[in-house]
Design a protein around this ligand. Structure first.
Ligand SMILES: *[C@@H]1O[C@H](CO)[C@@H](O)[C@H](O)[C@H]1NC(C)=O
Ligand SMILES: *[C@@H]1O[C@H](CO)[C@@H](O)[C@H](O)[C@H]1NC(C)=O
Ligand SMILES: *[C@@H]1O[C@H](CO)[C@@H](O)[C@H](O)[C@H]1NC(C)=O
Ligand SMILES: *[C@@H]1O[C@H](CO)[C@@H](O)[C@H](O)[C@H]1NC(C)=O
Length: 359
């Protein structure tokens, strides 16, 4: 097994210096390795390496809060709302006499591509936060986003048109005070749209989530693993035959927006995971390490202060891209295991390092 990981990492190292700013650019990189014009079938193209690897061994690029690529000005109600930075944003908006969305939206948007484009770009883990807005399930991040139905349709379209690709979807953050009936409806909506592709516990016949191989999923056509529940908070409902409980995904994120602190956190988590001991890599699970900056009150307040302060999460993320890219490259070059999911904001943006690092 270790041999395979080393081979895979050698393969990644080969690809990383070939990558240019835009993987779709179809240019020859500085090292003259041909660069793939299209990342949408990378798992099928690399099947000889990936087939025997389990979900607990692969490294998938993932998008943090994948649905927050478009937000309305409506706030998402929920027991977690407002978080400290959201409360600060509301207070600033009141002080300045401007709409709350003018302060919140710049820090709440986490992506710029829709979910179909994220998948086509090469991302294979979709962090799908679903909230009940009173009449429908919607994506959300502080504010209400697009209907969940749109995102499920995007995933179905991708699954149908890319028969060699494996995707992990995690439904979490079920805000808006949904009751059990609503949650059952969401579950039914997922099954209705994606059921034919879903590889759940019943399909796995007693195998742990992290022990399922890519080859088994592709061969059976059950190429979509859905983790369903409230993420880090609580499980809703009982055991399901088609979806996995939240506990199968181990999530590590820094909750900081200082890039140096986040990079140190990511590096420590990777070393811990690579060491294969302790809580960083519980058996049978996937470990997600988030390469993300989380807005803090001070930074949000700073957006209205003079100077070269970031005015949005996007700006903050873009500024840290070169440093994160260098860390990603260092991880690949060192042959270190980097967790199973590398989750990022603004996937597919200029200088996308996640799809390069894990490819
Ligand atoms: C909830 O979202 C749906 C879909 O976007 C929208 O049609 C509906 O008006 C929203 N409901 C409320 C109460 O905002
Ligand atoms: C959830 O709320 C709806 C009304 O919004 C109601 O019809 C349904 O019975 C409730 N379900 C539970 C389990 O309380
Ligand atoms: C990762 O683990 C391997 C195998 O145990 C070890 O040789 C290597 O030094 C580790 N790398 C880091 C960066 O900890
Ligand atoms: C790896 O794990 C062992 C055993 O838990 C621990 O003693 C050691 O400090 C760890 N090494 C690193 C680099 O985290």
């Amino acid at each position: 097994m270790w041999d395979r990981i080393v081979v895979f990492l050698a393969f990644l190292a080969h690809h990383i210096d070939a990558a240019r700013l835009t993987p779709r650019a179809n240019t020859i990189g500085p090292s003259q390795h041909a660069l793939r014009a299209d990342n949408s079938n990378w798992m099928a193209e690399d099947a000889s390496i990936l087939r025997d690897m389990t979900l607990g061994e692969v490294v998938l690029p993932g998008t943090h809060d994948a649905g927050a690529y478009a937000l309305t000005s409506k706030l998402m109600p929920g027991s977690r709302f407002p978080t400290p930075w959201e409360a600060a944003a509301i207070a600033i908006a009141e002080d300045l006499g401007i709409g709350v969305d003018r302060v919140i939206t710049p820090w709440a948007l986490t992506q710029s591509l829709d979910v179909l484009a994220q998948l086509e770009f090469g991302y294979r883990y979709i962090d799908l936060r679903a909230g009940w807005n009173g009449t429908a399930w919607c994506a959300h991040h502080a504010e209400v986003g697009v209907p969940i139905a749109d995102i499920l349709n995007d995933i179905a379209t991708f699954m149908r048109t890319h028969p060699g690709e494996v995707v992990v979807v995690q439904t979490s953050h079920l805000d808006g005070f949904p009751n059990a009936t609503r949650v059952d409806e969401l579950s039914a909506e997922v099954t209705k749209t994606l059921g034919e592709y879903v590889a759940g516990p019943e399909w796995a016949r007693g195998k742990a989530f992290g022990d399922v191989t890519i080859g088994e999923m592709v061969d059976s056509g059950r190429r979509l693993a859905v983790v369903f529940g409230d993420g880090d908070y609580e499980s809703f409902g009982g055991a399901s035959k088609t979806t996995w409980p939240p506990e199968v995904l181990h999530n590590a994120y820094a909750d900081a927006d200082d890039p140096t602190a986040v990079m140190k956190y990511v590096r420590d988590k990777i070393v811990e995971y690579n060491n294969s001991s302790g809580e960083a890599a519980p058996p049978g699970t996937m470990s997600k390490i988030s390469w993300i900056l989380t807005a803090q009150t001070k930074t949000v307040v700073g957006m209205f202060e003079p100077g070269a302060r970031p005015r949005s999460l996007r700006e903050l993320t873009e500024r840290s891209r070169p440093a994160f890219g260098a860390l990603a490259e260092e991880v690949v070059q060192s042959g270190c295991r980097a967790g199973n999911i590398m989750s990022v904001d603004f996937g597919g943006g200029a200088g996308d390092y996640a799809t390069r690092a894990v490819r």
